[in-house]
Design a protein around this ligand. Structure first.
Ligand code: UTP
Length: 296
């Protein structure tokens, strides 16, 4: 069995739900307190054992490459300003892992973005982490992606992360039609994915959560996938093709998922992290309590 050591992070989308901020700034670089979203995503990958990351970028995404590169002028400035302690922090950001970049020239969907990584991945299983989604594991010490890799190693098959959503929300997501695996907690054998079903027609309330492990056969399935809505190659269509030809699984984890391309989820994520960090918790909590008091 080949281990999962490579990951693709698609980060080339236009981020239209977050305009005007995304006119000149990638949404993957929006900060949660003082760290861009993409840095959290990369830290999750590294903590899960990933050694090689391919980021799919596009026009207007240079800030991503700059963030994970060295910044000699900034380092000189920090040194002269007597803030040498910050140098290691900014220098080490891109040092934990090998990072590569490829541009997606036209935004033809998530499936197309992943297909661009084919040569880089070769004949190996690999992870996909959406660059605009932060996963916060709750009730499990393992990072989100590690939980998926463990399930991949147990079943040697593609695994997609899913989370439970209220029934009335299923219309917003790709939903899993599957049966529980009797020998692996929270794992489902995946029969098919249903894109944005009506609540009464939904096979479950398990929604795709932004992390995947794929066998390399997904690339041939992406080749066979026709353009869907808006001329986009949908990843879920390719996953349905893969599920017809080899076993696939869905892991229903407990983790919190923040799709920061969505304004409300971005705000929730910011508040949750501000309440968790020692240097911000007390002041932010006092502020929220005061605001809530005013509203009561
Ligand atoms: P989204 O569908 O959330 O991104 O894709 P988007 O298209 O930028 O969003 P809106 O609807 O316009 O606001 C999930 C991830 O896939 C990447 C995005 O950058 C995001 O990290 N993506 C999406 C690509 O890399 N290429 C694409 O063509 C589409």
């Amino acid at each position: 069995m080949k281990p999962v050591t490579k990951a693709i992070i698609p980060a080339a989308g236009m981020g239209t739900r977050f305009l005007p901020a995304t006119k000149s700034m990638p949404k993957e670089m929006l900060p949660i307190i003082d760290k861009p979203v993409l840095q959290y995503v990369i830290e999750e990958a590294v903590a899960s054992g990933i050694e090689d990351i391919l980021i799919i970028t596009g026009r207007g995404k240079r800030a991503i490459e700059n963030h994970f590169d060295y910044a000699p002028e900034l380092e000189v400035f920090l040194k002269e300003a007597g803030k040498g302690d910050l140098i290691d922090q900014v220098r080490g950001i891109g040092d934990q892992v090998r990072i590569f970049y490829i541009r997606q020239k036209e935004q033809r969907g998530l499936g197309d973005a992943i297909r661009i990584g084919r040569r880089h991945i070769g004949e190996e299983p690999f992870a996909v982490l959406l660059g605009d989604t932060i996963i916060d594991p709750i009730g499990d010490e393992r990072p989100g992606l590690r939980q998926l890799i463990d399930a991949y190693e147990a079943r040697q098959a593609s695994v997609v992360a899913v989370h439970r959503v209220p029934r009335e929300w299923v219309q917003r997501y790709g939903i899993v039609d599957g049966t529980p695996d009797p020998d692996y907690p929270d794992l489902y054998r995946l029969h098919q994915l249903v894109e944005k079903p009506a609540p009464e027609a939904a096979p479950s309330n398990l929604a795709i959560a932004g992390r995947y492990i794929f066998t390399p056969e997904i690339f041939a399935c992406l080749d066979r996938t026709r353009e869907g809505v808006g001329g986009e190659i949908q990843l879920t269509d390719a996953m349905n093709l893969l599920a017809q030809q080899q076993p696939m699984y869905a892991l229903a984890w407990q983790a919190r998922r923040y799709d920061i391309g969505n304004r409300v989820e971005y705000a929730r994520c910011f508040i949750d992290y501000a309440l968790r960090r020692e240097d911000t918790r007390e002041a932010v909590l006092a502020h929220l309590q005061a605001r809530l008091g005013e509203m009561a």
